[in-house]
Write a protein that binds this ligand. Structure first.
Ligand SMILES: Cc1cc2nc3c(=O)[nH]c(=O)nc-3n(C[C@H](O)[C@H](O)[C@H](O)COP(=O)(O)OP(=O)(O)OC[C@H]3O[C@@H](n4cnc5c(N)ncnc54)[C@H](O)[C@@H]3O)c2cc1C
Length: 417
């Protein structure tokens, strides 16, 4: 646990905070910062020590952040901390493929030049985003961070929520926010059930150096066992998210680096010249898990605690950041109107705003994975034809580009241009 923060908590133990946020991953800290902009105080608790979360090798993911998410980071003063390490995503190319055969001739091509807002998003590595969030929280007087201590119990009363920590301490606030990821204990303790299933797929994630420039183009190859995404990072480097069946992924993950690259090469292809591994490799088991409700008594869920989805469309964090911006706006507006932020009708506004969107997105990613992660010749022909057709319909194509940029739907103020 961080000692200065702990002392601060102990001193202010009797003080009621506005928010207790369980989970100091990505969405929890983003919410604390967005809420601070509306003048709300919060305590962010994470079971992992801060040093672990700050470690550059903690998480190998790189996120495709939609334009709307970039706007949120900009409005929270985070973008200037990470902009130098981000890569604009200018085009996306989607195709069917098989290992060793290269992409099919039918593909979808989305070019940011077709919309006026600029790049549809940026690629940003977890290690830069996570550290920027922790640093920004440390500088915000409204936020207390508590690390290396787990929430073990929660109790809701008429005045607020009380949390018990593994260390034996208790904390109080008006609203409890579950930002504690896919296995959200906050949701479970509140009796919120989940809908979901495992995909039997695991994502292999690594950074790959290549001879030729990627020109800001992201590629998604749909292979029968699962998709391979090749996503541009600054310089001649790309991040891969390569989904395989659990058994194959475990086998490939156990290979030494050279042998791993030998199995990757025929899938990756040679369009970027010679490729080599940069740094550590990571694995992530894939599943769908959607909370049946986003709110309960004095409680709201955000991020993966609300909806953990397949990374096939790179939308999980983007959806979480939309939750963040929407919840901060609902709570900020309630505060300005003199309403109690933990009142059921206030939290219901958040649920109404986000529930349909998140459920639709989770199902769309599920359907896409089912449609593309197979070798059925009929489905293969149908999706190739579909991709070819969309490529020839500019209005539909622009719709997809705006969707990827996160510009559709009812955007919260922090995500507007
Ligand atoms: C391979 C892969 C690639 C992805 N790529 C993209 C992408 O390109 N674009 C995109 O938008 N999304 C992407 N995603 C999704 C994205 O990674 C997640 O949506 C995001 O990381 C979720 O963040 P979170 O803060 O909600 O949860 P988490 O990062 O899971 O954080 C939860 C935190 O809660 C803490 N915690 C849990 N229980 C307790 C407790 N009892 N007490 C205290 N603390 C607790 C944990 O320690 C953890 O730090 C990808 C996902 C995967 C698997």
């Amino acid at each position: 646990m961080d000692n200065p923060a702990r002392a601060h908590i102990l001193r202010g133990m009797e003080k009621m905070r506005d928010l207790l946020i369980v989970g100091g991953g990505l969405n929890g800290p983003a919410l604390a910062l967005a809420a601070a902009k509306a003048g709300l105080t919060s305590t962010v608790i994470d079971a992992l020590p801060e040093l672990t979360r700050r470690n550059a090798a903690f998480d190998g993911r790189a996120y495709a952040l939609a334009l709307s998410s970039v706007r949120l980071l900009r409005n929270l003063g985070l973008w200037e901390r990470v902009a130098d390490t981000a890569q604009p995503m200018l085009e996306i190319k989607v195709s069917d493929g098989r290992a060793g055969e290269g992409p099919s001739p039918f593909f979808l091509h989305f070019d940011h030049a077709e919309i006026e807002e600029g790049p549809m998003g940026h690629m940003l590595e977890d290690r830069f985003l996570r550290r920027a969030l922790i640093d920004a929280m440390q500088e915000a007087p409204e936020i207390i961070q508590l690390s290396g201590d787990a929430v073990v119990a929660q109790k809701v009363g008429p005045q607020g929520v009380t949390l018990s920590l593994a260390s034996g301490e208790t904390l109080r606030a008006r609203v409890l926010v579950g930002a504690d990821g896919r296995g959200s204990g906050t949701a479970a303790r509140a009796g919120i059930r989940r809908t979901g299933w495992g995909y039997g797929q695991t994502a292999l994630v690594a950074a790959i150096e290549h001879d030729l420039p990627h020109r800001g183009i992201a590629h998604q190859f749909f292979m029968p066992p699962g998709p391979l995404a090749i996503l541009p990072l600054p310089g001649n480097v790309s991040s891969i998210v390569w989904s395989e069946t659990d058994e194959t992924a475990a086998r490939f993950a156990a290979l030494p680096d050279d042998a791993f690259m030998e199995v990757l090469r025929p899938r990756f292809g040679d369009f970027l010249g010679e490729i080599k591994l940069r740094g550590k490799r990571f694995t992530y088991p894939l599943s769908l898990t959607v909370a049946n409700s986003l709110v309960a008594d004095r409680l709201a869920l955000i991020g993966d605690a609300a909806h953990g989805m397949h990374p096939i469309a790179g939308q999980g964090l983007n959806a979480g950041l939309r939750d963040v911006a929407a919840l901060a706006q609902v709570l900020g507006e309630a505060t300005r109107r003199g309403e109690e932020i933990g009142a059921p009708d206030v939290l219901a506004r958040y649920q109404q705003w986000r529930r349909f969107d998140t459920a639709t997105l989770a199902l769309a990613t599920d359907l896409t994975n089912r449609l593309f992660s197979n070798d059925n010749p009929l489905l293969r022909a149908a999706r190739d034809l579909g991709m070819g057709a969309i490529s020839h319909l500019p209005a539909l194509r622009r719709g997809f580009i705006r969707e990827a940029a996160g510009l559709t739907g009812d955007l919260p103020a922090l995500m507007k241009g």
